[in-house]
Design a protein around this ligand. Structure first.
Ligand SMILES: [Zn+2]
Length: 246
C-alpha cells in the first residue's frame, strides 16, 4: 500500500494510545457495578449478623417473661394449697397436699434459678447487642462512604472517557478512511494494531509477534510513504526512526 505518509502513522500510534486508555477506562467503569454489589453483599451480611444478636436478646427476654408468669402461677398455687391445707381434717389427704406443696416449692426454686440465669444471659446479650449496634453504625457509615467514593470515581471516569472519545474522534478525522478501517479491523482482534518494527544486529522483527520481517516488510517500513504490514501477524508496522525522528 503506497501513499501512506508517516504523519498518519504518527497519528495512528497516538490514536492507539488513546484507544488503550479508552479500553482501560471502560473496563474500570464496567467493574463498578460488581464492586458495588460486593460491598452491598458484605454489608447485608453485617446487617443479618446484627439482626441475629437482636433476635437472640428478644428471644431470651420472652423466655424470661414466660418463666416469670409461671413463677407467679406457682406462688399462687402454693398459697392456694396452703389455704386448702388449713381446711383439711383427713390426715392422708393432708399429707398428700403437703407433698404437693413441696413439689410446688421445688418447681418455684427451679424457676427462680432459671430466671436468674436468664437475667445474666440478658445482661451479657444486652452488652453484646449494644457493642454490635455501635460497630454496625461505624460499618454503615463506612459503607455509605465507600459507595459515595465509587460513585465519584465512576463520574470521574465517565468524564475522562468523554474527553478521550472526543480526542480520539479528532485524531481519527486526520487519518484516511482506508488506513483507519484497516487499523480498526486488526484492533478488533488484537490489543495493538499498529506496532513497532525493530532492528537488532541488522535483523528486523515485529515487536507484536516477535517474528523476523520478510524483505518486502523491511523495505516498506524504511520508506516514508509506504505501509508495512507484518507478514506473520498482519499488524501495521512502523520504524521509530522513520516515523518519529524525522
Ligand atoms: Zn507481527
Amino acid at each position: 500500500m503506497s501513499g501512506i505518509h508517516t504523519t498518519e502513522i504518527k497519528i495512528l500510534v497516538k490514536l492507539q494510545t488513546s484507544d488503550s486508555s479508552i479500553d482501560a477506562i471502560n473496563k474500570k467503569i464496567n467493574f463498578f457495578p460488581k464492586e458495588i454489589d460486593d460491598i452491598n453483599e458484605a454489608f447485608e451480611e453485617e446487617k443479618s449478623a446484627l439482626e441475629e444478636s437482636k433476635n437472640f436478646l428478644f428471644q431470651i427476654q420472652v423466655e424470661k417473661k414466660d418463666k416469670e408468669l409461671s413463677l407467679a402461677q406457682k406462688e399462687e398455687d402454693i398459697k392456694k394449697h396452703q389455704r386448702e391445707l388449713n381446711l383439711l381434717k383427713d390426715n392422708k389427704a393432708f399429707k398428700a397436699l403437703l407433698i404437693e406443696i413441696e413439689r410446688d416449692k421445688e418447681g418455684r426454686d427451679i424457676l427462680e434459678t432459671d430466671i436468674l440465669t436468664l437475667l445474666e444471659k440478658i445482661d451479657k446479650a444486652t452488652i453484646e447487642d449494644k457493642k454490635n449496634r455501635e460497630e454496625f453504625k461505624k460499618q454503615e457509615e463506612a459503607h455509605f462512604l465507600k459507595i459515595k467514593e465509587i460513585d465519584t470515581s465512576k463520574k470521574e471516569c465517565e468524564a475522562k472517557l468523554e474527553t478521550l472519545i472526543k480526542g480520539r474522534e479528532e485524531l481519527a478525522e486526520k487519518i484516511s478512511g482506508d488506513l483507519l478501517e484497516k487499523y480498526e479491523h486488526i484492533r478488533g482482534r488484537r490489543a495493538n494494531a499498529v506496532i513497532e518494527a525493530r532492528e537488532e544486529d541488522g535483523k528486523y522483527f515485529c515487536v507484536g509477534c516477535n517474528m523476523a520481517l520478510i524483505s518486502q516488510n523491511i523495505a516498506d517500513v524504511k520508506k516514508k510513504d509506504s505501509l508495512g504490514i507484518c507478514d506473520n501477524c498482519q499488524r501495521i508496522l512502523y520504524l521509530k526512526k522513520i516515523v518519529f525522528d524525522s
